[in-house]
Write a protein that binds this ligand. Structure first.
Ligand SMILES: NC(=O)c1ccc[n+]([C@@H]2O[C@H](COP(=O)([O-])OP(=O)(O)OC[C@H]3O[C@@H](n4cnc5c(N)ncnc54)[C@H](O)[C@@H]3O)[C@@H](O)[C@H]2O)c1
Length: 316
């Protein structure tokens, strides 16, 4: 990983991945791509960036050649809740742009990181400690693109030897950039609303349990799997990845420890159906065994860190 391109750099994960990669590999060696939303001046000044629509193969080729890129973190995506409103767009962005990246990886010998999701599972997948190899019957367009993407990555590895590595991220919790329209967004929104208005209405039922992860762990997973020696990567679909699982009510109670007058209730909307089709906890023993995956943040540590960072940010 000497010259890195990060697509989707302005998104929830990309915007935090870019600074960590720049710190580690040198600012000029990490090229960020922007699309329709412009990031802050601070972000733009921190290293090279290019405007790229990843559905446009020509634009991708030009940037890859211009910077002599050898590694791509392909973080572009249309997430679950938005994908249910715009299924055609989700298919187009999630599948076509991945296919472009994989085709170019084949031609230009690029190493690729591409995130899948717990959305690749479906209603008939075992819900507790979901195994690595299991029933996959996603019923959202987002989940369908994630599972299809996994199959495509595996195909490009088996047929063309493309070194593409992937993890099935759970819901990601973070404070720097708002989430991009997923089903687990309530786990971020509760922090903002608790600090700003001292009240929050969850859009899922109180006993909805979903697997989650704090952003520093998500970034660490992406870098760890990419830095692992090739012989350690035994799964080319996508690795199960886990950190914490908690119910919406458990999260509310944890946040209330810091904001005692927080009022909360639970009024499920259409996202409940999506949440119900996903696992409650994940068996990620393959990732732990193969490339030594370890998470750092539990519910208590994550909540403490979120509150202290967001308090400071909201004061600005
Ligand atoms: N955030 C999570 O909880 C989570 C969980 C599991 C998997 N993932 C996966 O991780 C990846 C990144 O997720 P995120 O939360 O940062 O998403 P996000 O929605 O915050 O960011 C995605 C970015 O992609 C960009 N984009 C969309 N269409 C584009 C196009 N045609 N060309 C160029 N850019 C385009 C958007 O502008 C956006 O900045 C996605 O593949 C997502 O499916 C995220």
């Amino acid at each position: 990983m000497k010259k890195i391109l990060v697509t989707g750099s302005v998104g929830q994960i990309g915007s935090e991945l870019v600074p960590v990669l720049r710190e580690k590999y040198g600012s000029k060696n990490v090229v960020a791509t922007v699309h329709k939303t412009m990031p802050s001046q601070e972000f733009l000044k921190s290293g090279p960036y290019e405007k790229v629509d990843t559905n446009n193969k020509e634009e991708l080729v030009n940037v890859l050649k211009k910077y002599n890129i050898d590694t791509v973190f392909h973080m572009v995506g249309i997430l679950s809740a938005v994908g249910e409103k715009k299924p055609d767009l989700a298919w187009k962005v999630n599948m076509e742009s991945l296919k472009h990246v994989l085709d170019l990886a084949k031609e230009m010998k690029l190493k690729v990181f591409w995130p899948s999701s717990i959305a690749a599972f479906g209603p008939n997948t075992p819900k507790k400690e979901t195994p690595q190899l299991t029933i996959m019957d996603p019923n959202t367009m987002y989940g369908i693109t994630k599972y299809s993407g996994e199959l495509l990555c595996n195909y490009y590895f088996q047929k063309y030897g493309v070194d593409v590595r992937s993890v099935r991220y759970p819901g990601i919790i973070s404070w720097k950039t708002p989430p991009g329209g997923g089903t687990t967004d309530y786990a971020v929104a509760v922090f903002y609303e608790a600090l700003k208005n001292k009240k929050y209405t969850f859009f899922v039922k109180k006993d909805t349990i979903l697997p989650m992860m704090y952003m520093p762990d998500a970034i660490k997973a992406a870098i760890d799997i990419m830095e692992s020696p090739i012989e350690k990567i035994k799964i080319r679909l996508s690795y199960n990845l886990a950190a914490i699982s908690f119910s919406a009510e458990e999260l509310a109670k944890e946040v209330k420890k810091y904001i005692p007058d927080l009022k909360y209730d639970f009024i499920p909307d259409e996202r409940q159906k999506i949440a119900d089709s996903w696992p409650a906890s994940i068996d990620d023993s393959n990732a732990r065994k193969d490339w030594n995956w370890k998470h750092k943040y539990g519910l208590a540590e994550m909540t403490k860190d979120m509150i202290s960072n967001l308090k400071r940010e909201l004061r600005k």
